[in-house]
Design a protein around this ligand. Structure first.
Ligand SMILES: [Zn+2]
Length: 123
């Protein structure tokens, strides 16, 4: 069996992740700004307690950052084939395992993939 790998040890790759997208809510009483008394003391907003929270807008694929390949993992059974990687920045041996489909050699490829997946989710 000849296992072809997409990336080499030490190679820099771009990781894409699906992340929550939120927007800060604005409190209509304090406008999400600290409330100051005339003498300059700060009080907690009685409506939001100083933290109005966020509005959840959905999920979106985005580039998480660049990583360097530290371990290449293949898992092959009669019914399954997995090509995965671990990276120096997030632990090798123990840490995060990434699927080959979420790693890209260039930022541009990663960006195009994110756009494609986000469009698919939007349709
Ligand atoms: Zn408030």
């Amino acid at each position: 069996m000849n296992l072809r790998r997409k990336f080499d040890l030490g190679q820099n790759v771009y990781l894409i992740i699906q992340d929550r997208v939120t927007e800060p809510l604005i409190c209509d009483l304090c406008h999400s700004e600290p409330l100051l008394l005339a003498d300059g003391r700060e009080i907690k907003c009685p409506q939001c307690g100083g933290y109005p929270g966020v509005k959840y807008l959905g999920r979106e694929w985005r580039i998480d950052g660049m990583l360097a390949i530290g371990q290449i993992r293949f898992e092959v059974t009669t019914s399954d084939f997995k090509e995965q990687y671990m990276c120096y920045e997030t632990g090798v041996g123990s840490g995060t395992v990434y699927n080959v489909g979420d790693l890209f050699a260039t930022e541009n490829e990663a960006r195009i993939e994110c756009a494609g997946r986000n469009k698919e989710n939007a349709d």
